[in-house]
Design a protein around this ligand. Sequence first.
Ligand code: SF4
Ligand code: SF4
Length: 177
Amino acid sequence: MNRFINYSQDAIQAARYIGQGFIVTLDHMNRFPITIQYPYEKLIPSERFRGRIHFEFDKRIACEVCVRVCPMNLPVVDWELRRTMRRKRLRSYSIDFGICIFCGNCVEYCPTNCLSMTEEYELSTHDRHELNYDQVALGRLPVSVIEDSAIKTLSNSISLPKRVMEGHSGLQKITSS
Ligand code: SF4
Ligand code: SF4
C-alpha cells in the first residue's frame, strides 16, 4: 500500500513539473523575439549611449585634463609650447579604443567641450592597433543607424515584451528622466 502511495505522489509531482514547463513555454509564445538580425537589423542606441568619442580639433587647448581624469591614463596629448604666442600648440591627439572603458570622464571634464560621446559602437577590427584613433579618426562625424536606409532600425523597448517592461517600471522612470 505504501509503495502505491509513494508511486502516486511521484506521479503527481512529475505531472506538476511537466505542467509548469508547459506554462513557461506558452508564456513565451506571447513575446516578441529578442534576437536582433544583425547586421540587417540594429537597435537605436539610447540618448546617453557612450560610444566612440568624437574630438573637435578647433576647440582644443592641450590642457591634458582628459589625461588626468582618465582611469586608464589614456588620451595621448602631444603639444609644443609657442613661446612667442605664450600658448601651447597641439601636435597630435589620440585615444586607443582597445583600452578605453568608455566611462565618459574625459568628456565630462574637458573644459572646452571638444570631446563628446557618439552612438557609434561598431569598432570591431582584425588588428587591435587600428583601434588607436588619432585626431583625424576622432574628428570623423559619427554615423547614425537611423540614416542608413539599408538596415531596419529597432527601438530598445520593442525588443522586450510589454509585460517585462511593465515589470521594470522603476527602470523606465530612470531611463526616461
Ligand atoms: S572614456 Fe574614460 S577610459 Fe576612455 S579615454 Fe575617456 S576617460 Fe579614458
Ligand atoms: S581636456 Fe579637452 S581641451 Fe584639454 S587636452 Fe583633453 S581634449 Fe584637449
